[in-house]
Design a protein around this ligand. Structure first.
Ligand code: NI
Length: 255
């Protein structure tokens, strides 16, 4: 089974000790593509570096809502410069995260999100959207940019919210959460989303699927997400693998 990991953070410090070895093993284990997503400005720089060094890596550059305070003209200009590299295929991850009280204020997050959506529109790049406990405000901002398309990564909303995102032309990203015992809500979403709008992702080092739940995640484990999706949709895992690869290639305008 071939796998394209549509959302990973191999620049994360948890890979500092063995990053090169892990990436070598990914290649040997049929991982044909990885979109490494920047979370901070430094993460964006590191994502581009990984994409330059590894043929099957691509980069998304953007600033996560947790670091929304970083988003000013200087940072936006650097993202614009970074995006000129041919292996930068998306702006992300960007969005809203209302889960943690210590995150920047909602107003700061919304401004940073809108500024980066404007950048995606200007550069004609798709967006990688992070949305945690901010469904209404996220949808409102996505609707301000009808020309911009992308993926709602690590989708955590209801079936109704998934329908709204599909209507706006977005893909839905599934992580290891779908393999968790209490995953009924996301299983219902998977039943609803057509196969040609599904992406699979690790969000590594986090979100490892069962049987590796709680461990450091890596792209090979997407196999368990694909198997679970296949079961939910009554399909062969091979079909899910093939279609999700077509989907991510289409979104990132590859091949
Ligand atoms: Ni992420």
């Amino acid at each position: 089974m071939f796998i394209f990991d549509s959302h990973a953070h191999y620049d994360d410090e948890s890979f500092d000790e063995d990053r090169e070895l892990v990436i070598k093993e990914l290649k040997e284990n049929n991982i044909i593509g990885v979109l490494n997503c920047g979370a901070s400005l430094q993460g964006a720089r590191d994502s581009v570096k990984l994409a330059k060094e590894n043929s099957f890596f691509y980069a998304a550059v953007g600033i996560h809502p947790e670091f929304a305070n970083e988003v000013g003209d200087l940072a936006l200009n650097e993202l614009r410069e970074l995006s000129k590299h041919e292996k930068v295929r998306a702006i992300g991850e960007i969005g809203l995260d209302y889960y943690y009280d210590e995150n920047p204020s909602r107003e700061v997050q919304k401004t940073a999100f809108i500024k980066q959506m404007e950048l995606a529109q200007e550069l004609k790049l798709p967006v990688i959207i992070h949305n945690r406990d901010a469904h209404e405000d996220t949808l409102e901002i996505l609707k301000m940019f009808p020309e911009v398309k992308g993926v709602i990564h690590c989708f955590s909303g209801s079936v109704e919210i998934a329908r709204e995102c599909l209507k706006l032309g977005y893909y839905i990203g599934f992580t290891g959460v779908i393999t968790f015992k209490n995953a009924r809500k996301i299983v219902d979403v998977a039943k609803e989303v057509p196969l040609d709008r599904i992406l699979v992702e690790t969000d590594c080092p986090y979100m490892a699927p069962v049987p590796y739940r709680g461990k450091r995640n890596r792209s090979e484990y997407i196999k368990y997400i694909i198997e679970q999706l296949a079961q939910v949709k009554d399909l062969e895992p091979e079909n899910v693998s093939e279609q999700t690869i077509l989907n991510v290639n289409k979104l990132l305008n590859l091949k």
